[in-house]
Design a protein around this ligand. Structure first.
Ligand code: Q0N
Length: 287
């Protein structure tokens, strides 16, 4: 009982603690947010699914870029990671037109300074994936930025490096997901810099909370796509006529069970590993 662990901060669904001068502990809770509101009901094992998936992708992409993972804890929801100097931008890659990318395109024909062909429809695949960084807002929403604004925050050389790496990572993971019948529509990555000035992939990567995963067999461009993981929650919330302000509604048992099953299914389809095997021994995802 001699360890004092400093709580460094909370995201909506995760907590960050300092273990020592060089190491952090990232803990994924079972909280779920929808329409930007954290709901009062948890989804059992959601944090374990996200932690396991992220660790799996760190392992799979280790040849492309170093990552911050040092160890997975036995609880399956805690990642020991290297403490880095984080870059002040979110590195987003979009292969499809959804969310704020679709909104920006409708308003201007561009996303983060990328001029796109006219006549694209919602959820359409882009001619090629684009790097669309955003600022990290402490409160409220991240703001999409163009190359000039991004380079002003991290420097031109660093910007080019994270753009190239982010696109490589997206290509690699989206190809693997596509082979499994899952579209990786877009993804948000965070990078840090180590003592030697090298880029390191950090935070959580290629999870349903940081990416849009769409089942390929249900994909129809021309409108919004059902979410792989949160659709039951969204549909239930919509059925209540809730105004999407705090506090959100409690979820009924069947919505919780259905949503948990979707998270576990995403884990098993993407990793090829039984979720029970992960629970028994989290480091199986790193093999
Ligand atoms: C860090 N964030 C943003 C958890 C997630 N390896 C690292 N080294 C230094 N800092 C960070 C990491 C990582 N990962 C990442 N903040 C600090 C996301 N946080 C917000 C709070 O909850």
């Amino acid at each position: 009982m001699s360890d004092t662990v400093m709580h460094l901060g909370s995201g909506k669904v995760r907590e960050l603690y300092a273990l020592d001068a060089d190491r952090l502990l990232l803990v994924a809770s079972d909280r779920i947010s929808t329409f930007d509101v954290v709901l009062p009901t948890e989804i059992p094992d959601k944090g374990r699914v996200l932690t396991g998936l992220s660790a799996f992708w760190f392992g799979q992409t280790g040849a492309l870029v170093q990552n911050h993972l040092l160890a997975l804890r036995e609880d399956g929801r805690s990642t020991e990671c290297r403490r880095l100097e984080m870059l002040p931008i979110e590195c987003v890659v979009r292969g499809y037109l959804a969310g704020s990318g679709w909104k920006d395109y409708l308003a201007s024909g561009e996303v983060c300074g990328h001029r796109l062909p006219a006549g694209l429809v919602e959820s359409q695949q882009l001619p090629e994936p684009i790097f669309t960084p955003a600022t990290k807002a402490q409160t409220g929403h991240d703001e999409n930025i163009d190359r000039a604004a991004g380079a002003a925050l991290v420097g031109e050389e660093r910007y080019d490096e994270v753009e190239r790496l982010s696109l490589e990572l997206y290509r690699s993971v989206s190809e693997r997901a596509a082979a499994l019948g899952i579209i990786l529509a877009d993804t948000k990555l965070e990078f840090g810099v180590d003592e030697e000035g090298r880029l390191v992939l950090a935070d959580e990567a290629f999870t349903p909370d940081s990416s849009r995963f769409w089942p390929a067999d249900e994909y129809r461009s021309g409108g919004p796509q059902p979410s792989f993981d949160k659709q039951f929650v969204r549909d239930y919330c919509e059925s209540l006529g809730w105004d999407k302000t705090y506090p959100g509604p409690e979820l009924p048992e069947d919505v919780v069970a259905g949503t948990r099953a979707r998270y576990v299914e995403a884990f098993e389809r993407l990793t090829g590993i039984a979720f029970d095997d992960y629970l028994a021994s989290p480091e199986v995802v790193l093999a």
